[in-house]
Design a protein around this ligand. Structure first.
Ligand SMILES: [Fe+2]
Ligand SMILES: [Fe+2]
Length: 275
């Protein structure tokens, strides 16, 4: 049964209770601003990346890894930017800029899951052509951002909630609603609004556990599928047939696709870890 919202707090109360939404990391704000101008963007992005040692180093490692498979050795950030393009470079900055926030409670679980989901969404977008793959990466990466607020509020309680949901095969959103009176989808949409991210992104974050409720079921469906395909414990069913009947693409062999995606994600994670 999907969450019907009956036991949620009044939205005003939720806003009051979770009012301490962290600001978007500075380097991400800068990166999002410069990519708005294609003429000067690439040079500006290079400067931003060079000012952050971790971002510069990890980007070079990633661009030289099997993840991209470029033939020649790339030794400078400027060259990396040329071969990657602005959107992919911006996505790498975002993945690293939010790492601290996502691992704040000492667990890498959320950050690693977000990377896996980003890569899965990108793969699905390329395969089914329902959204630009670079945009899909962003949506996949940010889909569970609301979890940081639950984690900050009560880390112990939240880890029990996650464990309970996993053990009982109940959707996490339902257990969060019961225990916190709200859930990471609602809170994620609040963060997305506060960070002034595009409305489509807010919508996909809000409905990624139940894309049928969204006005954009197929777009939200990309994130829904990406999220399910990369779970550590394969959900049963891996994709809900009722939901799949409402979205405009069909995944023939989800288990095989999961393996392909996880192999790709593991290369990305290996190059990005330690930052
Ligand atoms: Fe989620
Ligand atoms: Fe997720």
């Amino acid at each position: 049964m999907m969450n019907n919202g009956s036991n949620k707090l009044d939205p005003q109360q939720v806003v009051a209770e979770f009012k301490d939404i962290p600001p978007m990391p500075n380097v991400m704000v800068k990166a999002l601003n410069v990519i708005k101008n294609p003429a000067t963007g690439i040079a500006e992005l290079g400067k931003i990346m060079q000012m952050d040692q971790a971002i510069a180093t990890k980007t070079l490692m990633l661009v030289n890894s099997a993840f991209y498979g470029f033939r020649q050795q790339i030794t400078s950030i400027n060259k990396a930017l040329v071969v990657l393009g602005m959107m992919k470079a911006k996505n790498i900055i975002m993945s690293l800029a939010l790492k601290k926030m996502m691992t704040a409670q000492g667990s890498r679980e959320l950050w690693e899951h977000s990377i896996k989901c980003a890569i899965a969404a990108e793969v699905l977008a390329k395969e089914y052509r329902v959204i630009n793959p670079d945009d899909a990466f962003v949506i996949g990466f940010l889909h569970d951002i609301g979890k940081i607020l639950l984690n900050t509020k009560n880390p112990l309680k939240y880890s029990k909630v996650r464990y309970l949901a996993q053990q009982s095969n109940v959707d996490l959103v339902e257990v969060e609603d019961a225990q916190f009176g709200t859930n990471h989808c609602i809170l994620g949409a609040l963060i997305s609004k506060k960070w002034q991210l595009p409305v489509i992104l807010t919508n996909c974050i809000r409905y990624h556990h139940d894309p049928v409720q969204s006005s954009l079921p197929t777009l939200c469906g990309v994130v829904y599928c990406a999220d399910r395909l990369v779970q550590n414990i394969i959900p049963n069913p891996i994709l809900n047939p009722k939901i799949m009947s409402k979205i405009e693409f069909t995944i023939q062999d989800p288990i095989a696709l999961r393996e392909t995606i996880l192999a790709k994600a593991n290369i990305f994670l290996k190059e990005m870890s330690g930052a």
